[in-house]
Design a binder for this molecule. Sequence first.
Ligand code: SF4
Length: 395
Amino acid sequence: MMPTGLPARGGAGAVESGSAPLASGAAWTSAAELDGGTQDCGSGLLLSLTVAMRAIGQGEVLLLHTAERSVLVDLPAWARLAGHGLIDVRADDDRKGPWHLAIRRGAPAGASGAARADAAETASSKGLAFSRGEATPLGRRLWLYSNFHCNLACSYCCAESSPQAAPRLMPVDLAARAVDEFVALGGQEVLVTGGEPFLHPDLGDLVAAVHPKVPVTILTNAMVFGRGARRRTLESMDRDAVTLQVSLDSAGPTIHNDNRGAGSHERALEGISLARGLGFRVRVAATVMESDLESVPALTCLLDEMGIPAEDQLVRPVAAEGFADVGQHISLDTVEPEPTLTVDGAWWHPVAVTSGALKVADQPLPLAEVYDVIRDVLSFQAASSSEGREVFRCT
Ligand code: SF4
């Protein structure tokens, strides 16, 4: 263990002045500190960590300082496997570091076996790069683009939304007809996205046309419903049937604001707080570039502290669609279909609405025709993959 010379030893504000509180930090006090310098987990840090953790008591906290970015990705997995808990992450600079990670030895003192398992599971989730899940069976879920304009113009927006984008508003009666057919075909869940849905002047009516039949999730940047008519629209929504999914890319403001615009991080946090205060279930979704994966543990720490349950924390890669030059490749072969309707068509997946190659139909309805086209493509893909290769003899 090496001395760090840091004056502080605990909780929120536990690290030297100038450190950004990536996760606000429930109260904790470090029993020891370790300066990992530029060591990564493959070059000796794990040995130092193991020794340092053995030197403190169960339930006590080790404060690790590191200037090596890869530690932010590797350490959560190590903590999970070793049975420790990563409880706080801070940075002097979101991207350049150095970073300060608080690790509690073992399970919190007095924790039950179940609580210990929960802690391990939470740590596990911090070690995962992107959220994954089962493919949604075709027909269970329907995406509706309420509009395409937005108060933001995020650097990676797959829909190419911005304040200047054509609104392409979905009429309420179209949404209602779509949901009627969707439910008749066995549909169970609608997701409303954009653009920023709260810029749709009739969003309240549109959502009211959906949720008596199926629950609805609205994807929002949470920046425009704080006051006036949009606040009244929000307050009019049924808390039992409407979930809000809010975009928050990082615990600290740097990455989020770089992606989404100055001041957007603070306003997103305000919007999350407002919506939760009004009684809404709020799911928080981060869009994270490969180069910023190290920021994920700090974000999950923050969301844990805010009381956002793990199942409502989502980390997505950037899709190489719309404004994004780089990111996950989206094609018929690489993503499972999630039927998506806009006012002027139907699409394979909600992140692909700027791709002509992934347009399923020139009209959003009938939905049955959209499903049939998708099923035909899936059948062809299944047949071609099972056909196998033939021997090509040259001799
Ligand atoms: S990513 Fe979302 S918040 Fe950003 S411009 Fe696109 S629609 Fe708006």
